[in-house]
Design a protein around this ligand. Structure first.
Ligand SMILES: *Cc1c(COP(=O)(O)O)cnc(C)c1O
Length: 369
């Protein structure tokens, strides 16, 4: 029976990128001809475009989103002996970057409605070793940047945004990227703005920080003398081909995000009553990187979705502090732990059709009655 229906993939990247085939071919031809495969004119152009899009003055293209976070921390001089507040409910990379920078992650619980960093829990966690707060804009919704930036200011901490899932999202009218000292973006293929490989960016309004990040990400090289290495650096750069592809896709980002919002609205009106979407803060304009709902009997639901050929995911089944790699950083995060048991990500992509959403909801209704 179900075999006759086409499968609904969780995310159909080939279909998303299919729309740009001719423009991608032109990027490849151009880069192949000029030969500047790394740091070519495509990188300069994309950095300028993406800074403008985020409403910041600076953008530095880097190798991936995890590096972007680590480079911000290192660029700010945050490292051994410093604690960095991160939400317990995030992709593991947020905490990983803190450790790679040599600092200590301090896992803090999330709000029960949005599953984003809880400002009260943040305030309770601040101590004399705290150096920064990383606000993660998870699932495409921005954390409360107004309150979090205020807490950071009051305690003299750096407020950093992990915007890897929130390209183009707004909070009180402000775009993700400009709320703190700096923001990290990922262009991993599945993100709202995705390359055809790895990529990332640091955006900031601080030219000196941008300069340090650019130098560290390029072997600690001096901006004025390429044979002088000022700092102990590393290699994390954005390729010209990926930058060219990102410029093509940036033009469509707002339209794609609007499509994601329309799909989410359709989910919200058609989902069965016991399938509860993660709440949207009234001040937030999310870009729905993921369509996350909470369901009572997740194993049963996922079994039936799989049987019906419908893709799904769980973001994330294990809170960061429960992974063996982070067990040495004990945390109290009952909200994150409870949410991890019931959250489920439904198919979400700008290419998803209205009748696909209807079919997913019908399948979910079938399980719940
Ligand atoms: C994807 C992601 C990252 C890491 O980005 P990569 O480009 O995969 O290194 C960091 N934080 C969050 C919240 C992410 O979703």
């Amino acid at each position: 029976m179900t075999g006759l229906r086409p499968a609904i993939p969780f995310l159909d990247l080939a279909r998303i990128n299919d729309a740009h085939t001719d423009e991608f071919d032109l990027v490849w031809q151009r880069v192949r001809k000029h030969g500047g495969y790394i740091g070519g004119p495509e990188v300069d152009r994309f950095e300028a475009e993406f800074a403008e899009y985020c409403g910041t003055t600076q953008c530095v293209g880097v190798g991936n989103g995890t590096d972007a976070l680590e480079l911000i921390l290192t660029g700010l001089g945050i490292g051994p002996g410093d604690e960095v507040i991160v939400p317990a409910n995030t992709f593991i990379a947020t905490a990983e970057a803190v450790c790679t920078a040599g600092a200590t992650p301090r896992f803090v619980d999330v709000r029960p409605d949005t599953l984003l960093l809880d400002p009260d829990a943040v305030t309770a966690a601040v101590n004399t070793t705290t150096a920064a707060i990383i606000g993660v804009h998870l699932y495409g919704q921005m954390a409360d940047i107004t309150v979090l930036a205020h807490i950071a200011d009051r305690h003299g901490l750096a407020f950093i945004e992990d915007a890897a899932q929130a390209h183009g999202a707004r909070f009180r009218g402000r775009r993700a990227g400009g709320a703190g000292v700096a923001a990290a973006f990922s262009f991993y293929p599945g993100k709202n703005l995705g390359a055809l490989g790895d990529g990332g960016a640091v955006v900031t309004n601080d030219p000196a920080l941008a300069c340090r990040v650019r130098s560290i990400a390029n072997h600690g090289r001096s901006a004025t003398d390429r044979n002088r290495h000022d700092a102990h650096g590393r290699n994390s750069r954005l390729d010209s081909i990926q930058a060219g592809i990102l410029s093509v896709k940036l033009e469509r980002l707002d339209a794609d995000n609007a499509q994601r919002r329309a799909i989410m609205e359709r989910y919200v009106t058609s989902l069965p009553i016991d399938c509860v979407p993660v709440a949207t803060d009234p001040h937030a304009e999310p870009v729905h990187h993921l369509a996350v709902v909470r369901v009572p009997d997740r194993d049963r639901v996922t079994r039936s979705l799989t049987e019906a050929g419908i893709g799904w995911g769980i973001h994330y089944p294990v809170p960061c502090h429960r992974h063996p790699a982070f067990e040495r950083f004990p945390a109290e995060a009952p909200v994150a732990e409870q949410a991890a048991e019931s959250i489920l990500s439904l198919p979400m992509s700008p290419t998803l059709r209205a009748d696909d959403v209807t079919r997913v909801c019908a399948e979910l209704r079938g399980v719940s009655c």
